[in-house]
Design a protein around this ligand. Sequence first.
Ligand code: NDP
Length: 400
Amino acid sequence: MAKVICVLYDDPVSGYPRTYPRADLPRLEHYPDGQKLPTPQKIDFTPGALLGCVSGELGLRKFLESSGHKLVVTADKDGPGCVFEKELPDADIVISQPFWPAYLTAERIAKAPNLKLAITAGIGSDHVDLQAAMNRGITVAEVTWCNSVSVSEHAVMQILALVRNYIPSYDWVIKKGWNIADCAARSYDLEGMNVGTVAAGRIGLAVLKRLKPFDVKLHYTDKHRLPENVEKELGVTYHSNVESLARSCDVISIHCPLHPETDHMFNDVLLSKMKRGAYIVNTARGKICDRDAIVRALESGQLAGYAGDVWFPQPPPKDHPWRTMPHHGMTPHVSGTSLSAQARYAAGVREILECWITKRPIRNEYLIVDGGKLAGVGAHSYTAGNVTKGSDEAALFKKK
Ligand code: NDP
């Protein structure tokens, strides 16, 4: 029997939904590169239901309990004495979502001698100290592709929202105004701008493809270059380093994972190399940007706008400066947890659990760490090390 702890975000303040705006979800045949959608033997949820919150339980309870396993579901994940810390010492498996990450620091891993598997219900396993997981032989897996397109849609939406000054214009409507000049004074067309992505992996490439019809000049940087025919089709310019990308672009959208190489990549030095009045959208991870350097750049006008949905830590303290900095279009971390995405990652988590329980191999494309080293997607896109430092600050969300 395994003990599984599943850390999920709280239910809606108005209670678990009884109805949804739409009756069903579009049926996808496969992911854009042909990869198979999750293939669990069965699911016990209705696709389109809210699965990522505590009452949704990722649709796992019936499956786990009927096969004799114990499932603990909680949103209480931060600070000493939280349910997550209390339940961790005899846990075999931890499931967590990046939107409400259960930070698996080296200290917590040390207190969980039975822990063998950490599953990310989504993409991006930086909330796990991957170095500590490697040292302890813990397998880390995520549901590759499950919400990549979801995030790309959010990133394009936020690029347009910033450049066209959507949120302040919407605010004038709510304030019962008709202040055209106030709205227009910071509003531009995206057409003709130089727009670049940091990374052209699953999300970055999906963003580039979605931006092409806007008649912009596309750019990207990545550790590995895209195939020549893809570059040609998109008309995208490759930059061998992020500094060159920063100097060339009016808008940058960030899509690399957070790992030691990308931690605080956008700091004062890099921001000073960007064109004055550039925009950044970051739906990758908050810590890829230096929190205070972003605030300074917005206040000085070096950046015209910053948006995204990722923060550090999560949830951010109530006084996190990104809540109040000028010209931002931040959302909570929601881009990858649309109801459409939830159906895919809940099925993917079930697939991983079924494999684990029946001792079948987990798909290579889901692996981040296995056998004491980076594996699968992890070996391609991550570097060894730890980026969970400072995550204990998430406990301040409760206190303030
Ligand atoms: P992929 O693995 O498909 O792509 C990541 C890309 O980043 C790869 O092409 C990789 O390069 C590249 N990369 C890694 N390090 C660097 C670097 N130092 N400089 C430039 N490029 C780099 O992942 P996805 O596109 O699916 O997801 C990317 C990230 O987006 C996730 O790791 C996660 O942090 C975030 N995310 C956010 C979500 C949200 O809800 N906001 C949801 C899902 C993901 P290569 O492989 O060529 O070496």
